[in-house]
Write a protein that binds this ligand. Structure first.
Ligand code: ADP
Ligand code: MG
Length: 226
C-alpha cells in the first residue's frame, strides 16, 4: 500500500480510537468494545480499572503490538493497524517508548546496552544515542549501574533502566504499564515524575495504573469497566 512520509520523532502525535474492540481468540466476551477516546500530545492519560479489566490489552493495541478485533486506532489521522507489518514495525521502533510492567531487560547485556538497543532500532546516531543514554541513566540514578547486567540490579533500578530505554529515543508516544506496581515509593515517584515530564515536553503519554492517588494527578483519565 502507499504510505506517505511520516513525521519525525518528537513530533506531536494525537492518538484517537474509534469503536475499538479486542477479543482474545476463543474468549466468549471481548475485553473491551465500542471504546472511543482521544489521547492528546502534551497530556498524561491514566488508564485505570481493576485487575483484568483490559489495561494492558489496550496499551498493546495502541502501541501496535496487538491487532484490534474491530474499530480503529489512528495516529495523527493514520489508521495504523491498516498499514503493512513493516511500516507498523517501523512506526513502533521510531515513535513508541514502552515501559513494560516487569521491566523486560535482556539479561545477557549490560544496562547501558539495554538502553542503547532501543535507540539503535529507532535509527538514532550511535554517538548521540550513547550520550542521551548516559544522561538519562545519570538522571534516574542508575548511571553507576551502566556496566552491570540486569541480574545484578534491584527491581527498582531495573524499572528505572527500562524507563531510560523507553525515553532514549525521545519518543512521540510513551506507554507505561503499571510502572510503579513493584517499586518502592521513591522509585515510583521518580518514574511517575519522569512520565509527567515527558508529557509536559509534548509527548503523548499513556499510563496504566491502579494507583488512584497518582491517577488523580494525570491530565486525563480513561476508566475501563471490569
Ligand atoms: P489488566 O491489565 O487490566 O489487568 P489485561 O489486559 O491483562 O487486564 O487482561 C484483560 C483480560 O484479558 C483478562 O480477563 C485476561 O485474563 C485476558 N487476557 C489477557 N491476555 C490474554 C491472552 N493472551 N489470551 C487470552 N486472554 C487474555
Ligand atoms: Mg495489566
Amino acid at each position: 500500500m502507499s504510505w506517505s512520509p511520516w513525521p519525525r520523532p518528537g513530533t506531536d502525535m494525537l492518538l484517537t480510537v474509534t469503536d475499538l474492540e479486542h477479543r482474545y481468540k476463543g474468549a466468549p466476551e471481548p475485553v473491551f468494545a465500542g471504546l472511543e477516546q482521544s489521547f492528546e500530545p502534551g497530556t498524561l492519560t491514566a488508564v485505570t480499572g481493576p485487575s483484568g479489566c483490559g489495561k494492558s490489552t489496550l496499551l498493546y493495541v495502541l502501541a501496535l503490538m496487538l491487532a484490534p478485533s474491530a474499530g480503529s486506532v489512528r495516529w495523527d489521522g493514520v489508521d495504523v493497524h491498516a498499514l503493512a507489518d513493516a511500516d507498523r514495525a517501523r512506526l513502533r521502533a521510531g515513535h513508541v517508548g514502552f515501559v513494560f510492567q516487569d521491566a523486560v531487560l535482556d539479561l545477557s547485556r549490560t544496562a547501558e546496552d539495554n538502553v542503547l538497543e532501543a535507540a539503535w532500532f529507532a535509527g538514532i546516531d550511535p554517538d548521540e544515542a550513547r550520550s542521551s543514554a548516559r544522561e538519562l541513566m545519570e538522571r534516574f540514578g542508575v548511571g553507576d549501574r551502566a556496566d552491570h547486567r540486569p541480574g545484578e540490579v534491584s527491581g527498582g533500578q531495573a524499572q528505572r533502566i527500562a524507563l531510560c530505554r523507553a525515553l532514549v529515543k525521545a519518543p512521540s508516544i510513551v506507554f507505561a504499564d503499571e510502572p510503579s506496581g513493584n517499586l518502592d515509593a521513591v522509585s515510583a515517584d521518580v518514574v511517575w515524575d519522569a512520565l509527567a515530564e515527558a508529557a509536559a515536553s509534548g509527548a503523548t503519554v499513556i499510563v496504566a495504573t491502579h494507583d488512584d492517588a497518582r491517577a488523580a494527578t494525570a491530565g486525563a483519565r480513561l476508566r475501563l469497566e471490569p
